[in-house]
Design a protein around this ligand. Sequence first.
Ligand SMILES: [Zn+2]
Length: 156
Amino acid sequence: MLTAHLPSGYVLARALPKGIPRLMPVALVGAVFPDLDMIWFHFVDDGAIHHHRYWVHIPAFWLAIAVVALPLAAWAGWLRTVTVFFAAILMHLLLDTISGGVMWGAPASGHLFALVTVPADYSHWIISFMLHWTFLLELVVCGTAAFLWIKRKDAA
Ligand SMILES: [Zn+2]
């Protein structure tokens, strides 16, 4: 997924009940958080391995964190907010599974599961992704977010 993670966080926040504290910022941060590994990917690893192999893209890591964090959040009275963060993380991983590949079997398996393989038909991988039919799904997410943003009640 190239462009739709942040918009997907917006759509998630708009789909949830409004009474959740810090709903929008938490949904937006959670929706893009796993891709912060791009900083390490580019500036430390120099693109040596697929960034979906880093711990922030591994569902088992987030499951382990959630097992610890959710009871603590419930105790502190932040359960709904922290649950939104994990829901946004899960949404990110599901969207990456469409064509990017996610290690759903880790740590038992290092296989990157993807629903669709985007062939390297063009000279740059970004062009191959943008001209593949799966990019239409990204446009739908972005369009939905734009529609919801334009139709928001606090719009001037
Ligand atoms: Zn990602």
